[in-house]
Ligand binder design. Structure first.
Ligand SMILES: O=C(O)CCC(=O)C(=O)O
Ligand SMILES: [Fe+2]
Length: 316
């Protein structure tokens, strides 16, 4: 079928542009070859990635298509869906295909538009530098959906980076910076009113590593990094130096994938792994750029992935 083939062919034929953490039979196989109950291996990628793409309607209607989507989301960290109606409500429909979405202070879903008295930089026409969403929450949303309802006439392109790949590069090239960013806790803050009023504070490492020392989550949004840096004096300069070093790696042109969303396109990505940004755009009040967004968590996504795998392949 068009969609699965397209997803699996990206994964099979794009091996030259992605680097698997543990190359082996799984990384060379088709999606259907992934041994159960192992999690799909993660592929690290760079600017040469061709983003796996699927058909929105097929993902809603066909279990094999939905399974291929979620496997690629887990493995590559980003999947593009095409052919959604260019009207609000599609991110909620897609979230129901999995289970339910994650409510935050920005609402069940949120409208990314150039708004008067914006309570978030995303709600302006300005550039958004590479970030993960919501590090001001100690448990940041795992998955993000963005659906394009209207695109700007000029500007507004999207940019994504594999934050795990960039962190691995940092660890290799500047181990001191990696160790600083994975051990020092910095403050994030977000205050305002949207779904209701909020005043969030969190302390996070920019790079979270798991018990084995592997990169597990990126927490970085300079727009919500607190102006108070609650660190002992001797750690202030090492922290800024380390952050500069990671930001320089993530912004290397060879790490950045750029794409332009058109009405009806919907991008789904791993918000614990990818950094994303937006180029500034020319705001046209008569035809506002408009994206609708929603969050989910990985537990719900992986739950649906397991159920679909059992349905499609008859195993757990
Ligand atoms: O406007 C965009 O393309 C992205 C918006 C964004 O990153 C956000 O709302 O967090
Ligand atoms: Fe964002």
């Amino acid at each position: 079928m068009f969609m699965q083939n397209e997803i699996s062919s990206v994964i099979v034929y794009e091996r030259h542009s992605v680097t698997s953490r543990r190359p082996g039979p799984v990384s060379r196989g088709r999606l259907s070859d992934i041994p159960s109950p192992l999690l799909p291996e993660r592929y690290y990628w760079d600017s040469k990635l061709r983003i796996p793409t699927a058909d929105y309607q097929e993902v809603l209607e066909d279990d094999k298509a939905a399974l291929a989507w979620l496997l690629a989301l887990r493995r590559v960290g980003i999947v593009y869906l095409k052919g959604a109606p260019a009207q609000q409500g599609q991110v909620s429909r897609l979230a129901k295909r999995i289970g339910y979405l994650r409510l935050t202070f920005y609402g069940h879903t949120w409208q990314v538009q150039d708004k008067p008295m914006a309570n978030n930089v995303a709600y302006t026409s300005g550039k958004l530098s590479q970030h993960t969403d919501y590090p001001a929450l100690h448990f940041a949303p795992g998955v993000q959906f963005l659906h394009c309802i209207n695109q700007a006439v000029e500007g507004g392109e999207s940019e994504v980076v594999d934050g795990f790949h960039a962190a691995e590069q940092l660890q290799r090239e500047d181990p001191e910076a990696f160790s600083t960013l994975s051990s020092l806790h910095v403050d994030f803050t977000d205050t305002g009113t949207d779904y209701c009023d909020f005043m969030l504070q969190s302390k996070k490492c920019i790079i979270d590593v798991d018990a084995e020392g592997r990169v597990a989550r990126i927490n970085y949004n300079n727009a919500t990094r607190d102006s108070v840096l609650d660190l002992p004096l001797h750690q202030v300069q090492p922290f800024y130096r380390a952050l500069r070093s990671y930001v320089d790696v993530m912004n290397r042109p060879e790490n950045v994938v750029t794409y332009r969303m058109e009405p009806g396109d919907l991008v789904t990505f791993d918000n614990w792994r990818l950094l994303h940004g937006r180029r500034s755009y020319v705001s046209n009040p008569g035809r506002l750029r408009h994206l609708e967004g929603a969050y989910l968590d990985w537990d719900e996504v992986m739950s649906r992935l397991r159920i679909l795998r059992r349905k499609v392949h008859g195993d757990a």
